[in-house]
Ligand binder design. Structure first.
Ligand SMILES: N[C@@H](CCC[C@H](N)C(=O)O)C(=O)O
Length: 286
């Protein structure tokens, strides 16, 4: 079985091209993803992207986390996907992409190659049912009770950008980066599985640098610590703007690099790149 390893901001994915034929049976996808993402035994990645035919738009994007769960959207993954589709399947620009979160539009910059990709990320929502969160009103700057030994409660905001995110500002919680990095495995894991979030949640610890820059440490649902999360950066920028911390154009600094985010009336846009690392052929049965 052939695959391509790609990365965007250090968020790494195995891309499987099923545009013309299904390579992994639907019922086997979850277990396949869980195994192939194991870094010591197989290829290793934060997740797997499947490229499929769409009945509605140009092409269909499916993203699975390393634990085998299927997510609705992925901001870094969709740039990897768009680069692959544009360079190897369909030279169409912009690309209209079907995702579990709805339509996403990828505009490609570059002559023959997709050097940069601008993605329309849709409209964010704070509605509890969209996230989902078991709370009777919008969860904006509210207190979340925790049980770990390091921190008893945090002030945070829950938002959906197609997938669920909880945004925690370090400055609003008197926390510093070193503390979060040290205890991220415990705190991130607890929040991801908190009973307020029936479908679990991605968690981001954000520091406001100035009116147009933020810094983010990410814990991803179904993966754990990752070097970046595109939907998480989008969500963080929207919440920072909503809380009056930043303007509508923000540069997010992530452990894997920088992402540009712009909030407009019709939704949010991100601009960044993606890279093909290698093509591979799986020699073991998974
Ligand atoms: N890394 C991604 C998000 C991938 C999905 C996420 N872990 C979820 O379960 O919602 C990104 O760049 O957005």
């Amino acid at each position: 079985m052939e695959f391509t390893k790609m990365q965007a901001l250090g968020n790494d994915y195995i891309v499987i091209d099923e545009f013309n034929e299904e390579k992994i049976e639907e019922s086997k996808k979850k277990n396949f993803v869980k195994k192939i993402c194991l870094r010591k035994f197989y290829v290793g990645a934060d997740g797997v992207i499947f490229i499929q035919k769409s009945d509605k738009y140009d092409v269909k994007f499916r993203i699975f986390n390393a634990d085998g769960s299927e997510a609705e959207m992925c901001g870094n993954g969709i740039r990897c996907f768009a680069k692959y589709v544009y360079e190897r399947i369909l030279k169409k620009n912009p690309l209209y992409v079907e995702t579990k979160a709805g339509l996403r539009i990828c505009e490609i910059f570059g002559d023959n190659k997709a050097d940069k990709i601008k993605v329309y990320m849709g409209k964010p929502s704070f509605k509890p049912e969209d996230i989902p969160i078991s709370y009777n009103m919008e969860f904006i700057n509210k207190t979340l009770k925790l049980k770990n030994p390091y921190i008893k409660e945090i002030k945070a905001t829950a938002i959906s950008v197609g997938n669920p995110h909880l945004i925690v500002f370090l400055e609003d919680n008197n926390l510093d980066e070193e503390f979060i990095r040290k205890h991220l495995n415990i705190i991130g894991e607890e929040i991801e599985h908190h009973n307020l979030f029936p479908e679990r949640i991605n968690v981001h610890f954000v520091k406001t640098i100035n009116n147009n820059e933020i810094k983010i440490i990410t814990w991803e649902r179904g993966v754990g610590y990752t070097m970046a999360c595109g939907t998480g950066a989008t969500a963080s920028a929207v919440v920072a703007n909503k809380l009056g911390k930043t303007g509508k154009k923000v540069v997010a600094h992530l452990d894997g690099g920088k992402l540009e985010i712009e909030i407009k009336d019709d939704g949010v846009y991100i601009i960044g790149d993606a890279e093909m690392i290698f093509d591979g052929k799986l020699l073991v049965d998974i």
